[in-house]
Design a protein around this ligand. Structure first.
Ligand SMILES: Nc1nc2c(ncn2[C@@H]2O[C@H](COP(=O)(O)OP(=O)(O)OP(=O)(O)O)[C@@H](O)[C@H]2O)c(=O)[nH]1
Ligand SMILES: [Mg+2]
Length: 197
């Protein structure tokens, strides 16, 4: 079944746990380091330049943003981790909101798109997140972002390094570039296969 990704609406910007959506519609969560390209990926999928705000100052907004697609499922932009310059209050707010999303209301998540910067590779925080999802039995797939930053040789090496991670051995990895639109159709197909099950 096809879904119209360009019929997208930002329906809620949740700043605290009580606002988190649990209306039974499938949710695909976008997780990853601050600056990894979550909002850019969402904009690419829905074919809009800037419905999802792309950070000039990464890590600034600590909200969970729900994009309703074709009235049927959500793409959920989760605030990124690993942003060193956050104040301790902001870190506590981030942690409470993100933990609430993945733990307290985790049963609302259909799957997580885990973004990893292809050039940077898997960071310690990425590994923590992957481990957390495995333990919670959250289903996830990996999107390797900003592929346009690497040449052919670098790309091969970077993908080999990712595949070496024990936690990624059995994962699909979709190579993606918001700049070149590489991987857009693959991500869309993956999401459709998850939300129309
Ligand atoms: N070269 C290149 N740059 C990209 C790509 N995707 C995102 N960027 C840039 O990376 C920066 C961060 O992108 P965002 O989409 O805001 O990243 P984010 O993960 O949403 O960041 P936070 O909201 O802070 O967690 C921006 O300057 C983007 O223009 C890409 O595919 N290629
Ligand atoms: Mg963002």
């Amino acid at each position: 079944m096809g879904k119209n990704f360009s019929k997208a609406e930002l329906v809620l910007t949740a700043g605290n746990i009580s606002q988190l959506v649990r209306d039974g519609r499938p949710q695909i969560a976008f997780s990853g380091r601050s600056n990894v390209g979550k909002s850019s990926l969402i904009n690419t999928l829905i074919g809009r330049k800037s419905l999802a705000r792309v950070s000039q100052s990464p890590g600034k907004t600590i909200t969970v943003n729900y994009y309703l697609i074709d009235d049927s499922f959500y793409l959920v932009d989760i605030p990124g981790y690993g942003y060193a310059k956050r104040s301790s209050e902001d870190k506590a707010r981030w942690s409470s909101l993100v933990n609430g999303y993945f733990t307290k209301y985790g049963q609302n998540i259909t799957a997580v798109a885990q973004l990893i910067d292809l050039k940077v590779g898997c960071t310690a925080d990425d590994l923590t997140m992957l481990d957390f999802m495995s333990k919670k039995d959250l289903s996830y797939f990996v999107v390797a972002t900003k592929s346009d930053k690497l040449n052919v040789t670098e790309r091969k090496k970077a993908l080999a390094r990712l595949a070496e991670q024990p936690c990624l051995e059995n994962s699909d990895i979709i190579v993606f570039s918001a700049l070149k639109k590489e991987g857009k159709d693959e991500v869309i197909q993956k999401i459709l296969s998850l939300v129309t099950k």
